[in-house]
Design a protein around this ligand. Structure first.
Ligand SMILES: [Zn+2]
Length: 302
């Protein structure tokens, strides 16, 4: 009883001292994610550029002819460059996430906040952290368009720039709620050191992380197909992460009920990918974690 009441008052004092500011930050991040709920991807891009400018960045918009099966459609990748100007041919690190949302079967746009405005706002947070750090590599934070049409923005970026200078890529897709970080382990042997850096970070931060031998595809696949080292990251709740692990890696004896679909796959690409499901604290954690991973890779790479 005593222990519990002491604990309770300690928690109450801690809450008084620290929670309001943190809660405000989380609410602000959630609102920032909510701004991407727009009727078109062009309008999502305008929101992204405006948020980057408001954060003091000077983003570059790289347009490309894309569109995929739906027919020709111009797309726009948005790029923020950080770190020293190391000159042509120097190794670079990329931090990437797609900002486009999927068009639903009824023709309307998904809100696209879990997939993938949460990652977009996390990357802006990471960029804000990284610009004050002494980086030795150039870091490009790239917001891809047309991922949902077949990784087209990423493929077009690779077509335009190549991957000869790309030392490592950190991609984020589906990072909007929960405290468990997922990372894919299926991007080829050249990606092993990036995966290991993620694992080291999880240990150092005592973070709950789940490695996926089979992880669903995102823009990371465009980079691994080109031979670049890449890891794909995401966040969700711990139970959901393990259910997803079983669904993708457990085979026929995964123990999941017949027809069970992990919650995250019932939500994304549907009317249920809504801002109410987003947790600002996750966006903050993801941004800080991604910034730390880029710093770790920056220090490890020659
Ligand atoms: Zn996505």
């Amino acid at each position: 009883m005593l222990f519990r009441s002491v604990l309770a008052s300690a928690v109450a004092v801690a809450a008084l001292l620290s929670t309001p500011a943190v809660a405000q930050d989380a609410e602000a991040l959630k609102a920032q994610v909510g701004a991407y709920v727009q009727p078109s991807n062009a309008e999502r891009m305008n929101v992204l550029v405006a948020q980057l400018r408001a954060a003091g960045f000077n983003p570059t918009v790289e347009t490309f002819e894309g569109g995929g099966r739906a027919g020709p459609m111009q797309g726009s990748n948005v790029v923020v460059t950080l770190g020293p100007d190391t000159g042509a041919g120097a190794k670079e690190i990329l931090l990437t996430a797609h900002y486009d949302a999927v068009k639903l079967r009824d023709g309307t746009m998904s809100q696209g906040v879990i997939d993938n405005a949460g990652s977009v706002v996390a990357l802006i947070g990471a960029a804000k952290i990284l610009r004050d750090k002494p980086l030795t590599h150039r870091v490009r934070v790239i917001f891809f368009d047309q991922e949902e049409l077949g990784l087209i923005g990423a493929r077009k970026w690779i077509e335009a720039h190549g991957v000869a200078n790309v030392a490592a890529v950190v991609n984020s897709d589906v990072a909007a709620y929960g405290d468990t970080m997922m990372y894919g382990q299926n991007n080829g042997a050249q990606s092993a050191f990036v995966t290991r850096a993620a694992q080291e970070l999880c240990a150092e931060r005592a973070m709950q992380c789940v490695g996926f031998p089979v992880y669903p595809p995102s823009d990371d696949r465009a980079f691994s197909a080109a031979g670049a080292p890449v890891v794909s990251l995401g966040f969700q709740d711990e139970i959901g992460a393990h259910q997803m692990w079983l669904a993708f890696n457990g085979g026929e004896t995964n123990g999941l009920a017949e027809g069970f679909v992990p919650q995250v796959f019932r939500v994304i690409h549907s009317k249920d990918d809504v801002i109410e499901a987003v947790e600002g604290a996750t966006i903050a954690t993801a941004g800080a974690t991604y910034a730390a991973l880029i710093q770790k890779l920056d220090a490890q790479l020659r």
